[in-house]
Structure formats: structure tokens, C-alpha cells
Design a protein around this ligand. Structure first.
Ligand SMILES: [Zn+2]
Length: 344
């Protein structure tokens, strides 16, 4: 399995997030990639390649141009106005109703307009890491497009909470959505995105909600109890010609493999019925029992079974890294999905 990876993600580090009543180092940290790489190597998955540089054209197929400018300029603008900070996020969020187009030199207004929570902070190296995740994802997508059976985009920051003009939930650019659009633009008639991160892929849902050429299926903690709360319900099934092409499979807190696996098999059956040319797998393992931001109870050996179900689809598959924050078992959990897939 070709693994695309770059060290450039390390520039996005040392930001703070709120947990309980305290500001703590962000769970979405550079060490995540290090433990995954180490576990992959241990399992013999050592075919690691650096990404090719890509411009922003593919990202601009999904994201608003002013939003891209915002991501690039957010930290420098903040520093100019307020000084250095590890907690660069909005203090006020967008208000429904009247148009609220921010002035593109007013960082406070831009943060209000282009983020939906306080969990996508900016540090000096955030844009470097965002660009590197884009390069990693597009390079891996290019491998699949060129005929590879599978490729793994090992990247951070993750993407599935980001939509066309909103960052949030550790996510800035929606890497999986950009890859799916790139694959469509390069000739795939239909693309399926299967999102197995613990959290609902609200950004990906919003991006493809009105479309029938990209099927989106998300398995996640149900929004009655879990982030992002406002979206991820089973009744959100798409709109217009996208009706029926958005599938949410929410599950209750404490879900174990005996509940999870049938839901994944149901998702796989729906992917098969859709008959896509390619599968994009939003790979989050924060479904693990004990993940600091998760609520399911999957165990490390269970991830082999997830990989086997995905392999059973017999589709060209692009794995794109999303969440997973229990550092000690993270590497093995990701590795088990991939080895389960390769054995499946
Ligand atoms: Zn997650």
C-alpha cells in the first residue's frame, strides 16, 4: 500500500483548545502522525512517499476563494492586530439573517464568518500544515486515479468537519471532499465517501448534500449526545437531486463492535448498490474505547474487521486520515484497518 506523507504538518502545533473549564493543548497534535507511521512500519507497511506539490485549484473546486484567503491570512492578521497567541479563534459567531460579509482585513469578523466553533485554532504554521495535507491527499488521490488499487493519505489537520466556507472541529480544508471532486473531474462518474470517524462528517455532508454524483455515508455518535449536535440525524437524506445520496447512521454512546459492524455492513451494501468508480474512506479511529474525544467502545482488534468489510467492496480505495486521539493505541488501530483491508 502506497502511503503518502510529509513532515510539514508539524508546523501546526501548540495551539490550545477548551476542555471542561480549562485551556489545554489540542488533542489533534503532531505526535498522532508519528505513532501511526511507527506502527505502520512495524507491520511492514513502509512504502512511504512524499507528496507532489499542488496548487489551490482543486481546493477551490470545493472551497470559497475568500475562505481560502482567510485560512492563509488568519494567523498573521491576528498577530498584527492582537499580538502572538495560542488561542486564535472566534469570540463571536455568525448571526442568521442579514448578509454578513466580513472585511478581508478584519480578522475578528473573518473568524466569526468562517468558523463555526472554537476547535480550529490558528498558529503561525497552520497554513503550512493545511497546504501539506492538501498535497498529501491529492497525491494519494492521483495514485488511485492512475490505477493503484489503494493509497493512504496520512495527513493532518483532518478535514471532514470543514465545508465550503466554514472551518471547525480541528478541520480547515475538507481533504476527502477535495479528493472526491478531483476524482470526479478526472473522469470518475460516481464517487462514494464512507466516513467512519466517530464524529458526523457535517462538512462533507453539506458540500455534497444537493448532489447525486457523490454518495456520502457517515457512521457516528448520534447528535442527541455528540458533536456537532445540530447535524448527523438519520432524517438528513439529501436535497433535490441529492435526495437519497446522503446517509447518516448515528449510534448511541457506548456502541461496541456487535452494533457497529452491522451498521458498517449496511453502509457497505449501500455503497455496493451505488456502484461507484472509486471509494474515499474518511478514516477516523476515535471510535476507540477510551478516545479522549470519542464515546464508542471499539477495541484494537475490531479495526481489522472494519478493514475487511471495506476490502469486501473490491473498489479502488483512497484512505484519508481524519480523527483518532488516544495516542498510545492510535498507531495500531489505524494499522489494523489497513492490514484488515489488505488481508480482506
Ligand atoms: Zn472525530
Amino acid at each position: 500500500m502506497k502511503i503518502i506523507y510529509s513532515d510539514a504538518h508539524k508546523a501546526h502545533a501548540d495551539a490550545l483548545e477548551m476542555r471542561g473549564e480549562a485551556f489545554v493543548p489540542m488533542a489533534e497534535c503532531p505526535e498522532r502522525m508519528e505513532v501511526i507511521l511507527a506502527a505502520l512500519a512495524q507491520a511492514g507497511l513502509r512504502d512511504v512517499e512524499a507528496p507532489e506539490p499542488h496548487g489551490l485549484a482543486a481546493a477551490a473546486r470545493i472551497h470559497d476563494p475568500d475562505f481560502l484567503t482567510f485560512l492563509e491570512t488568519a494567523y498573521p492578521l491576528w498577530e498584527k492586530r492582537h499580538g502572538p497567541s495560542r488561542a486564535v479563534f472566534a469570540r463571536i459567531f455568525g448571526m442568521r439573517g442579514l448578509a454578513q460579509k466580513p472585511q478581508m482585513d478584519n480578522i475578528d469578523a473573518m473568524l466569526s464568518a468562517y468558523t463555526f466553533d472554537i476547535f480550529s485554532p490558528f498558529v503561525p504554521g497552520t497554513w503550512t500544515a493545511i497546504r501539506s495535507a492538501l498535497d498529501v491527499t491529492l497525491t494519494a488521490a492521483g495514485k488511485v486515479q492512475a490505477g493503484a488499487r489503494e493509497a493512504f493519505a496520512l495527513c493532518r489537520p483532518p478535514g471532514h468537519h470543514a465545508s465550503g466556507d466554514l472551518a471547525g472541529g480541528y478541520c480547515y480544508l475538507n481533504n476527502a471532499a477535495i479528493a472526491a471532486q478531483m476524482l470526479r473531474d478526472q473522469g470518475a462518474a460516481r464517487v462514494a465517501i464512507l466516513d467512519i470517524d466517530y464524529h458526523h462528517g457535517n462538512g462533507t455532508q453539506r458540500i455534497f448534500y444537493d448532489r447525486d454524483d457523490v454518495l456520502f455515508i457517515s457512521l457516528h455518535g448520534r447528535p442527541e449526545e455528540e458533536y456537532p449536535f445540530l447535524l448527523g440525524f438519520a432524517h438528513e437524506t439529501g436535497r433535490g437531486c441529492g435526495e437519497g445520496f446522503n446517509i447518516n447512521l448515528p449510534m448511541p454512546p457506548g456502541t461496541r463492535i456487535d452494533t457497529y459492524l452491522p451498521a458498517l455492513q449496511d453502509a457497505a451494501a449501500r455503497v455496493r448498490a451505488y456502484a461507484p468508480d472509486v471509494l474515499v474512506l474518511s478514516l477516523g479511529v476515535d471510535t476507540f474505547d477510551g478516545d479522549p474525544v470519542g464515546g464508542f467502545c471499539l477495541q484494537t482488534p475490531d479495526y481489522l474487521r472494519l478493514g475487511q468489510v471495506i476490502a469486501g467492496l473490491r473498489l479502488p480505495t483512497l484512505f484519508v486520515m481524519e480523527g483518532g486521539y488516544a495516542i498510545a493505541p492510535l498507531g495500531q488501530n489505524v494499522t489494523n484497518v489497513l492490514t484488515g483491508y489488505l488481508q480482506g
